[in-house]
Design a binder for this molecule. Structure first.
Ligand code: TEU
Length: 590
């Protein structure tokens, strides 16, 4: 471990490191026109809510024109707003409203693929069109007898054996072209051909267009998939000796992002957040997000894959050790160079309290504990809408209740092929894993549709909104909502703000089965964070041999505790103490 320093030069300050990000999934946030789908005027209506919560940056999921095969991640026009969500004037008003409140806006950039309804792809279906080469077209395989798969000509198999991330082959046959196009996601999401410089020009111009409108950066969807492996780019038909995960961090990936940086981002003080699939090594990560890298920070998937099995309905057991290990790898890996993003939920993930906490007896305590974790690891914290009131997973009971392609496609395929017999056999797993858990409407109050819409909501409202809702949470000063507010103040506006944002992270008792403790240090300032991931009391301590100070000589001043500042939390010997079920505390050590 390196010695800590408060030398400003070494801090590498940046506004986006000191910010808290709030993610809005517009479809499920707030509906003002009664069509059951959230909209931009609905976000405008809640601007003061966001301001009261105290967030600094909004990440808006895609609001562009889209046939919604994948809820806006299939874009038909990058420069217009989806009708259901409103108009470009509404969007301008939203941007102004945010900026008036000193809140920044980052937009989702989905440029690995477009919708098949994008005019580029419509034109690309003519092999003589300039747009043909905007996508990845390949010949099928004729050397594999007896292929009975999807929708290709008889006796022709897809170009290679890649499976799409949403199930089924990653290639779809186009009769007009007589070839197959690549779609790593849904069939309605053809992959763009980043080898083609015209594609890069178009995308970079489009990014400029949004930046000129005044946005503050981008969240870049599956950005490390842009460069496809040589087996596909250099051969037709492709070589068939590759796996689909070879699309992660492909051969020209760094070059494409550097080009994007140099041409679009370099001269602007914007935030560039890359979503990165696969298990990435630290060297690659630092190439992307280090001081000299093209991006500010990244999302990795390490911790959110722990409890997922191979299929969408398969789950895995995880332990605190697994969770801590996956965060440790990144905390230490980017300690010297690069910057982490700390998230436990988003629109693709089940609700954090149902997954990493306890959404039953200890819902309040564990939701607060998880918030403490998000706000005190080293990196920029993310709140996905609803986390601030402890929203939970949804009690899905039938396939008809799901809306997400990633859930529906593979389940339909498996039911058709007989791989699974009954929906009920996999219900439990889907309830646990499905992305739709995150997408049920924001619970504003206890009225019929939780104050989300006057119409018929596009996806079920969680029945627990009679208890779990914003109105109730704001009225109760001990609520999860107020706890988030307190953490916000501590992180942004207190005399420990710098150590919370920039301080070194050092884990304690790394094999403790219930308690995750760590010290954050900056110069002479030291914080102890201690979190009990158990439904029972746990003992914890600061091992002398693990730290550079004498814990027995330390005074522990309580800054935050999810049980309140009672005597059990305030009156402790820093060297050793007990924690109550799901208890979280932050101490300042002196
Ligand atoms: O997500 C990438 C992605 O791989 C997830 O969909 C993944 O399948 C999921 O996290 C695991 O359950 C991005 C977007 O966030 C997602 O909403 C899109 O569907 C996807 O890309 C395609 O654009």
């Amino acid at each position: 471990m390196t010695a800590s320093t408060t030398d400003e030069q070494l801090l590498d300050r940046a506004w986006w490191k000191e910010s808290v990000i709030y993610q809005i999934y517009p479809r499920s946030f707030n509906d003002t026109d009664g069509d059951g789908v959230g909209d931009i005027p609905g976000i405008i209506e809640k601007l003061d809510y966001l301001d009261d919560l105290g967030v600094d940056i909004i990440w808006l999921n895609p609001v562009y024109e889209s046939p919604n095969a994948d809820n806006g991640y299939d874009i038909a026009d990058y420069q217009s707003i989806m009708d259901e969500f409103g108009t470009i004037d509404d969007w301008e008003e939203l941007l102004d409203g945010l900026h008036d409140r000193d809140i920044k806006l980052i937009m989702d950039l989905v440029v690995n693929h477009t919708s098949d309804e994008h005019e580029w792809f419509v034109d690309a279906r003519d092999p003589d069109s300039d747009y043909h080469d905007y996508y990845i077209w390949k010949q099928g395989r004729t050397d594999v007898g007896g292929f009975t798969g999807h929708l290709g000509p008889e006796d022709e198999a897809p170009p290679n054996e890649w499976e799409s991330f949403f199930g089924g082959p990653a290639w779809a046959y186009d009769e007009d072209v007589g070839k197959w196009y690549l779609h790593l996601f849904d069939e309605k999401q053809p992959d763009l051909n980043w080898e083609n410089p015209d594609v890069r020009d178009e995308i970079f111009e489009m990014m400029e267009w949004w930046l000129e409108k005044g946005i503050d950066g981008f969240r870049m969807d599956v950005i490390n998939l842009l460069s496809k492996p040589d087996s596909v780019t250099k051969h037709d038909p492709p070589r068939n000796d590759t796996e689909v995960w070879e699309t992660f961090d492909g051969p020209r990936m760094q070059e494409f992002l550097d080009e994007m940086h140099d041409r679009v981002l370099a001269d602007r003080d914007v935030f560039a957040l890359g979503e990165m699939m696969g298990r990435m090594d630290m060297e690659t990560a630092i190439d992307y997000v280090g001081r000299d890298g093209p991006l500010s920070t990244l999302f990795h998937f390490d911790h959110v894959l722990l409890d997922h099995g191979g299929e969408i309905w398969e789950t895995n057991e995880w332990t605190l050790n697994d969770l801590r290990d996956s965060f440790n790898r990144w905390q230490y890996g980017l300690a010297e160079d690069g910057w982490n993003s700390i998230y436990l939920s988003n629109h693709d993930q089940p609700r954090l309290v149902s997954r990493f906490g306890n959404d039953d007896e200890y819902r309040e305590a564990s939701a607060k504990l998880l918030a403490t974790l998000i706000f005190t690891l080293r990196g920029t914290p993310y709140i996905f809408q609803g986390a601030e009131i402890g929203m939970t997973n949804y009690p899905f009971d039938s396939l008809e209740e799901f809306r997400d392609v990633e859930t529906i496609n593979p389940v339909r395929n498996a039911l058709e092929s007989g791989e699974i017999e009954h929906f009920d056999d996999i219900k439990h797993g889907l309830r646990h894993n499905s992305r739709d858990n995150a997408r049920t409407p924001m619970q504003w109050d206890d009225s019929e549709n939780a104050g989300f819409t006057d119409g018929e909501p596009w996806i079920g409202v969680n029945p627990n909104h009679d208890e779990i809702n914003v109105e109730a949470a704001r009225a109760d000063k001990d609520s999860i909502w107020h706890y988030y507010r307190d953490l916000m103040d501590l992180r942004k506006d207190s005399d420990v703000s710098d150590v919370l944002v920039y301080g070194d992270y050092e884990v304690l008792i790394n094999d403790h089965e219930e308690v995750w403790s760590y010290v954050r240090t900056l110069g002479g300032e030291r914080l102890l964070v201690t979190l009990n991931f158990a439904e029972f009391e746990s003992h914890t301590w600061i091992p002398e041999y693990e730290v550079e100070f004498n814990p027995h000589e330390m005074e522990a001043e309580l800054l935050v505790c999810n049980y309140g500042a009672d005597e059990r939390a305030t009156d402790v010997d820093a060297a050793a103490f007990d924690l109550r079920p799901w208890e979280a505390r932050i101490y300042r050590l002196r």
